[in-house]
Design a protein around this ligand. Structure first.
Ligand SMILES: NC(=O)c1ccc[n+]([C@@H]2O[C@H](COP(=O)([O-])OP(=O)(O)OC[C@H]3O[C@@H](n4cnc5c(N)ncnc54)[C@H](O)[C@@H]3O)[C@@H](O)[C@H]2O)c1
Length: 441
């Protein structure tokens, strides 16, 4: 592996291309025989994209910005979206990728010989089928979240990944954001002491995403048939990493409760009129879902899903232990032995300088230009590096399923007056001996 240190120079090696598709695009320097740093060439990583809607196109731009990554196939049931994606790839100086448009064409895509991995950004119900097709065809899988919503889906993903030796990575971009990565480093160094509690939540007003420009109900608005936390992984992913879940620790059980469901009706009536179907529809899913999780070593985690009422975003990400606390809401910290004033929050700047995660130190200037606070770039980069090196993905199939299955666990608990529901152990006991990666700072 080339050990070059990437920083601003990567940006200068990139060309900014006007695509004619409504956006500019940074593309990696054409050809990668010898890079600007003098590193020898590396085998390209060849990707197929399934689902090139909003998220898929966004990540396609990220993939095209990575050196040595080629897009050889794209698939979407909407032909114009396939064409749009093909044009974007060509505009980046790569050959036109093969296009697929049938509802199950992702299976044909997965079988292609000129492909190393499949990434999917389809609606939720297709994540497991697309990943299974990829793994069975001997390809790496990368999926948007959640990867699965049923126990049998989770088990099948784990078994298929173990049998084929092909990793399945939840592309959890929020686990790559700068503050949560810094906390990962600080926690590993013991700065928060022995942990007691964490808090996290997917909390922003996402009502708009359920509707098209003329008020037509999209797949998100038509969901909500199950009363649960349907989207837990942005919140729980970083916390699971802090707590070494599946690596010496595990989530034991969860209790969950939902509020009443009225936000989407109110929104649709106000925006599209009281006779709009979404204004009259009865939703099963409560507006605010709250779960409480207990870990094997006695740490509690509060997890919120809250997207159906008007509200500014709040990425809580709180970590708390015997020596101090960090609050993502405030982006402030308090460490009893280090902070200057007792009982007083402190800015994080000086900690950022000292404890920035190595990925951020190395790629920060480039990552910052991508979405979700740089998380999109770093997550996709980690995925493609694992493919290139033939290693397991940093978010492995056990993390992918453990984080995703909270959708099901929360549904069961809510349906049973918040009774506790046990987490399945997808590692089948290996969590006791698996070790967290030690971060070198
Ligand atoms: N990680 C993040 O920050 C983030 C952000 C946005 C969305 N997402 C996730 O990405 C996924 C897609 O969301 P989106 O906002 O792009 O939705 P979208 O509706 O814009 O895109 C979904 C695409 O999948 C296509 N599709 C549907 N059925 C298909 C099939 N059988 N084969 C191939 N393509 C098919 C649709 O035509 C559409 O283009 C969701 O799981 C969502 O939760 C993640």
């Amino acid at each position: 592996m080339c050990s070059m240190k990437l920083n601003k120079s990567e940006l200068t090696r990139r060309r900014f291309v006007k695509t004619g598709l409504g956006a500019g695009l940074y593309v990696a320097a054409a050809g990668y025989g010898i890079s600007a740093s003098g590193c020898a060439s590396e085998k390209p990583v060849r990707l197929g994209f399934v689902g090139v809607g909003g998220r898929g196109m966004g990540m396609l731009k990220v993939a095209l910005s990575l050196q040595g990554v080629e897009i050889t196939a794209v698939c979407d049931i909407v032909e114009e979206k396939v064409t749009r994606a093909q044009r974007l790839v060509e505009a980046a100086g790569q050959p036109k990728p093969q296009g697929f448009t049938g509802p199950e064409d992702y299976k044909k895509l997965a079988e292609l010989n000129n492909l190393d991995a499949v990434y999917t950004a389809t609606p939720t119900n297709l994540h497991t089928p697309v990943m299974l097709a990829a793994l069975r065809a001997g390809k790496y899988g990368g999926t948007e979240m959640p990867a699965c919503t049923e126990y049998d889906q989770a088990s099948e993903l784990v078994e298929t990944s173990e049998k084929t030796g092909k990793p399945c990575m939840l592309m959890e971009n929020y686990a790559y954001m700068r503050n949560v990565k810094m906390i990962l480093v600080m926690n590993q160094l013991g700065l928060f002491g022995d942990l007691t509690h964490c808090e996290c939540g997917y909390q922003h007003d996402a009502r708009y995403a359920g509707f098209g420009p003329n008020g037509e109900m999209l797949w998100r608005a038509l969901g909500g048939k199950i009363n649960n936390n349907p989207y837990p992984t942005h919140a729980i992913g970083p916390v699971a990493q802090w707590l070494n879940i599946n690596r010496g620790n595990r989530f034991e059980y969860l209790v969950s409760m939902s509020s009443r469901a009225i936000g989407q009706n109110y929104y649709a009536a106000k925006k599209f009129g009281p006779d709009h179907p979404a204004a009259k529809m009865k939703y099963a899913a409560g507006d605010v879902n709250t779960s409480l999780i207990q870990t094997n070593n006695g740490i509690t985690v509060t997890l919120y899903y809250d997207t159906k009422n008007p509200r500014p975003p709040d990425w809580i990400y709180r970590i708390q232990g015997t020596k101090g606390i960090y609050s993502g809401t405030l982006n402030k910290i308090y460490l009893e032995d280090l902070s200057p004033k007792p009982h007083t929050w402190e800015e994080t700047d000086k900690y950022q300088e000292k404890y920035d995660h190595p990925l951020w130190k190395k790629y920060g200037p480039v990552a910052q230009s991508s979405g979700h606070g740089g998380g999109d770039y770093l997550c996709f980069r980690d995925f493609t590096e694992a493919i290139r090196n033939g290693t397991d993905t940093p978010i492995d199939v056990y993390d992918t399923t453990t984080w995703s299955i909270i959708t099901k666990l929360s549904a069961e608990s809510v349906a049973n007056k918040s009774r506790p529901v046990d987490f399945p152990d997808y590692t089948r006991g290996k969590w006791q001996t698996r070790k967290p990666e030690l971060i070198k700072v």
